[in-house]
Design a protein around this ligand. Structure first.
Ligand SMILES: NC(=O)c1ccc[n+]([C@@H]2O[C@H](COP(=O)([O-])OP(=O)(O)OC[C@H]3O[C@@H](n4cnc5c(N)ncnc54)[C@H](O)[C@@H]3O)[C@@H](O)[C@H]2O)c1
Length: 368
């Protein structure tokens, strides 16, 4: 830890997601909920690093992550590069003794993810995994409902996630169409998050049957469908698509429990949650209520403070990123391993690998 007991952060990768973190971190600082400084940014594209440094008033830029890692004042690094770079950067960051946050997908495969988990454990450095949906206000609200009401055991869950992937987007992010850089298409790149959510709610997976398809002629799949059986006997299905239809991205999640139903509609359009308990009327929760719940989750108890902080946080691209960083930095500061962490990433990648294996072989793959 640096001299002033104030965490110092270095951000590696200043593309879309690096900038999303920078925006959220900047707004989090304004709330005084977390105490840290962003000391440096790094990007192999030096113009991108310089622009981020200017936009977010960060004193130091690097083009090479190895140089950033030699900066002894930096305690924590955020790894926001494509997955093909994660292995080298995470290994070097662990060796340099930095606490590490890495975006998802952590790796191209479960064995690679396991190696990174082992490296951080051997170096005794905290490892945070970027399962951003775990910080979605509605998903946290659903968790609260399950704790406070008698929903009974889970029976069936479904996620359908569609993401617009235009030719223009493909041109701007060429690496996403190359499996040697991205690791795969919509299944690993996008839906590793959905798999994490399904296991977060329904528990570990026993077997998976999957199919993937390649419509756009890129090197990676643009549709994937999975049927999973969980250890407790519940089942879940996942449909994931990258398409070029000009519509708002949508992620629709539904959970059926013995005594109740929860559905969550997320992403670019109207966001809301509905739940329906046996013998009661359905209830609809809007974004403001869910956002307020998110603030109480991160320890804001007074309504006045909540309103002030809410005003700052809604300026972020997405409140999820601020909550994720809040929880990650809080864990680092208190010497706890963050949640979610690289072990959660290993668990999700294990299912992703099994799904690819199932799609290739045309058989159901058992995980236990
Ligand atoms: N957690 C989430 O919700 C979420 C959302 C979107 C993307 N992601 C993940 O975040 C990662 C980045 O995605 P993106 O959309 O920001 O991509 P991007 O292409 O916009 O940005 C990636 C940046 O990394 C830089 N880079 C590449 N190699 C580097 C290296 N060796 N050293 C330093 N910088 C390097 C590139 O120059 C680029 O600026 C991907 O793994 C992606 O899957 C996560």
């Amino acid at each position: 830890m640096s001299e002033e007991d104030n965490l110092r952060l270095g951000i590696i990768g200043t593309g879309n997601i690096g900038r999303a973190h920078l925006t959220a971190l900047t707004s989090l600082k304004k709330t005084n909920l977390a105490n840290f400084q962003i000391t440096a940014v790094c990007d192999a594209d030096s113009a991108s690093a310089r622009k981020a440094a200017k936009d977010f008033e960060i004193p130091t830029t690097y083009e090479n992550y190895k140089e950033l890692l030699t900066n002894r004042t930096i305690d924590v690094v955020y790894v926001c590069t494509p997955a093909s770079k994660h292995t080298d950067i995470v290994k070097a960051a662990a060796k340099a003794g930095k606490a590490i946050y890495c975006d998802e997908p952590l790796a191209h495969s479960c064995p690679q993810a396991r190696t990174l988990m082992a490296v951080t454990q051997d170096a005794k450095v905290p490892s945070g995994a970027g399962f951003i949906l775990r910080f979605d206000p509605f998903i946290l609200y659903a968790k609260k409902l399950l704790e406070t009401h008698d929903f009974g055991k889970p029976m069936l869950a479904h996620i359908r996630t569609d993401h617009m992937y235009t030719d223009e987007y493909a041109k701007q992010h060429k690496w996403r169409g190359k499996s040697e850089i991205a690791g795969g298409g919509t299944l690993v790149e996008h839906s590793v998050h959905d798999i994490d959510i399904l296991t977060w709610f329904l528990g570990p997976v026993k077997e998976v049957h999957a199919k993937v398809g390649f419509f756009a002629g890129r090197g990676v799949e643009d549709i994937a469908s999975l049927i999973m059986t969980h250890v407790d006997g519940s089942m879940s299905t996942l449909d994931s698509i990258w398409h070029s239809v000009d519509r708002l991205n949508e992620r629709y999640i539904e959970f059926f429990y013995e005594n109740g139903f929860i559905s969550i509609t997320l992403e670019s359009g109207e966001r809301f949650l509905e739940y329906h308990l046996k013998g009661q009327n359905p209830v609809r929760i809007n974004a403001e209520t869910a956002d307020m719940h998110l603030l109480t989750q991160i320890g804001v108890n007074s309504n006045k403070d909540a309103l002030e902080i809410y005003g700052v946080l809604v300026d972020t691209i997405n409140n999820r990123y601020a909550a994720l960083s809040y929880a990650f930095l809080d864990a680092v500061k208190s010497g706890e391993n963050p949640s979610p962490n690289f072990a959660d990433a290993v668990a999700a990648h294990r299912i992703v690998d099994a799904a690819y294996e199932s799609a290739t072989k045309g058989t159901t793959v058992e995980l236990l």
